[in-house]
Ligand binder design. Structure first.
Ligand SMILES: [Zn+2]
Length: 257
């Protein structure tokens, strides 16, 4: 009898282990890393170099590669330390600060009308009127619709010239919105579907400095936000743990409600 119960218990465990999550509820919000991955005009692009690829003399397949590139390429984390001395470096960010309820603020119509749009406090307040106060530990994502430009450097950045930071045109957060989120709400992290949390024309990177100063991690070039509801998802963002880093490649995904 004991054996039967044990057998049934272990079968039950197997069943649970085989289906830990509902795959249909997962949204991968990460762009693949390759030679084509868009990078900041002054950053070193991502590169994958072949070391081995093919059948070995012993008759088995073997492949391996070296990779290199800026921390700030493709879908990535900006650690608070990026723009705030003494704040968390990439490896110091506690894991519970990169996981939280997803809040998607849709500014796509305004961003379409104005390429340099900055998310305003009123956009956050409008979201709150419809969906309630921002939940504690929220991961606040700006959805500008910029994902449709991914792969087209000129449309995505506003310029396709290497080293050209004078003509950057894409949406970001405003200084007021960043200050509001830091002072008036308790959020875990912020993200954007554009190259930077500061809008393209920014010269002082004040939004990076405000969030960094408050130890709020930033996620940039976040993909597939259009598949998320305004509220109800849970975001998991897992950066590579680079010791002393100012950022890192990021795997970010959502679990839908
Ligand atoms: Zn960055």
């Amino acid at each position: 009898m004991k054996k039967v119960i044990l057998l049934l218990l272990s079968l039950r465990l197997l069943e649970v282990e085989a289906y830990p999550v509902d795959a249909k509820k997962l949204v991968d919000m990460t762009y693949s890393f390759s030679d084509e991955t868009l990078h900041w005009p002054t950053a070193q692009p991502f590169k994958l170099e072949k070391v081995n690829e093919g059948m070995t003399p012993q008759g088995y397949w073997y492949s391996s590669y070296n990779y290199s590139g800026s921390e700030h390429v493709g879908t990535h984390l900006d650690a608070p330390f990026h723009f705030a001395q003494g704040r968390w470096t990439t490896d110091q960010i506690p894991l519970d600060r990169t996981i939280g309820p997803g809040v998607v603020i849709d500014v796509s119509r305004k961003a379409q009308a104005s390429r340099g749009y900055q998310l305003q406090v009123v956009d956050i307040r409008t979201w709150e009127r419809r969906h309630g106060k921002l939940p504690g530990g929220a991961i606040v994502l700006m959805y500008s619709g910029w994902g449709k430009f991914w792969g087209d450097r000129k449309s995505y950045f506003g310029t396709d010239q290497e080293g050209d930071t004078a003509n950057l045109r894409f949406p970001g957060f405003s200084k007021d919105a960043a200050e509001f989120l830091v002072k008036e709400r308790k959020i875990n992290a912020v993200g954007t579907d554009t190259p930077s949390i500061d809008h393209g024309p920014s010269r002082d990177f004040i939004v990076h400095r405000i969030f960094g100063g408050a130890n709020i991690p930033i996620f940039e070039n976040v993909a597939s936000m259009d598949r998320l509801p305004p509220k109800g998802s849970t975001i998991y963002a897992v950066p590579m743990k680079i010791k002393g880093g100012s950022g890192a490649p990021l795997r970010i995904f959502a679990v839908l409600p």
